[in-house]
Design a protein around this ligand. Structure first.
Ligand code: ADP
Ligand code: MG
Length: 261
């Protein structure tokens, strides 16, 4: 567990965000959200559609800025940073994974993973790191494949490799398994659990209780605020579920007893 000197990796206080779609259509996406996440946590962010989860994730990922409230990330008050500093802190600390993978169709897996490094380091070292990242997510044999030659689960693993390239301490994933079948979902969860075991902090949005039960903590949102916060006593392990499933097409993510024989 975190010692008393381990401060939160991120802290949100009183975050509000309002979208204006024309003069008389105002959406209060966040209405004063508070959240603390400590190093090494694996948090599931749940809540009904429209409750503000993605807005919160975009703010956590420095992809968007709040209207009011404070956001401290790795000891820095993000609200005081200009766009360049915001991009720098994002690149250094955060790996972002999206539901829709966001890979470039014309580039192969290796080129997609290399993208965030294009402005830094020498070309050879960059390529080696990208290859290693793809091997780490089990795609070493598919580095020349383009997105349309990969399954959804494989595309998401490419996106995870890309997110990990700068070795961020914090991984943010917005419904990363939302478009995936149960086997691919288990594979993605196993990767996140392995990363979390190795010390990375993970915050993941999901609609599915079965998926959330693989996390260590479940934070619930409703109407733009955090409405619940629970520890998961014994998180399910995706690697065990994959092992139990063997070569079966579907994986039982609920971990119910599998009938013998
Ligand atoms: P969730 O991810 O929980 O489904 P969101 O954070 O995406 O919720 O959305 C919260 C509310 O804000 C919704 O009512 C949504 O329609 C609105 N919203 C989100 N993004 C925008 C945007 N870019 N412009 C206008 N309204 C938005
Ligand atoms: Mg969303």
């Amino acid at each position: 567990m975190s010692g008393p000197t381990t401060g939160p990796v991120l802290q949100l206080r009183g975050i509000t965000k309002t979208y204006r779609m024309g003069a008389d259509n105002i959406v209060h996406a966040l209405r004063g959200a508070d959240l603390d996440v400590r190093p090494g946590e694996f948090v599931a962010l749940m809540g009904p559609s429209g409750s503000g989860k993605s807005t919160m994730m975009n703010i956590l990922g420095c992809l968007d800025v709040p209207d009011a409230g404070s956001y401290v990330l790795a000891g820095q008050n993000v609200g005081s940073l200009n766009d360049d500093r915001l991009a720098a802190i994002r690149n250094k600390h955060i790996g972002f994974v999206f539901q829709t993978f966001n890979l470039l169709a014309r580039l192969n897996a290796l080129e997609n993973v290399e993208l965030p490094l294009i402005y830094g380091g020498d070309r050879r070292a960059r390529r080696d790191r990208a290859k290693q990242a793809l091997e780490d997510v089990g795609l070493g044999a598919r580095i020349r494949h383009r997105p349309n030659e990969l399954s959804g689960g494989q595309q998401q693993r490419v996106a995870i490799a890309r997110a990990l390239l700068n070795d961020p301490a914090l991984i943010l994933a917005d419904e990363p398994t939302g478009n995936l079948d149960s086997r691919s979902t288990a594979e993605i969860l196993a990767i996140f659990q392995r990363l979390n075991d190795a010390g990375k902090t993970v915050v993941m949005v999901t609609h599915e209780p079965d998926v959330a039960e693989h996390c260590k903590r479940i934070v619930r949102m409703r109407d733009g605020v955090v409405s619940g916060d629970d520890i998961v006593a014994s998180p399910r392990r995706a690697d065990a579920e994959l092992q139990r499933a063997g070569t079966a097409a579907s994986v039982d993510l609920h971990g119910a007893a599998v009938p013998a024989g």
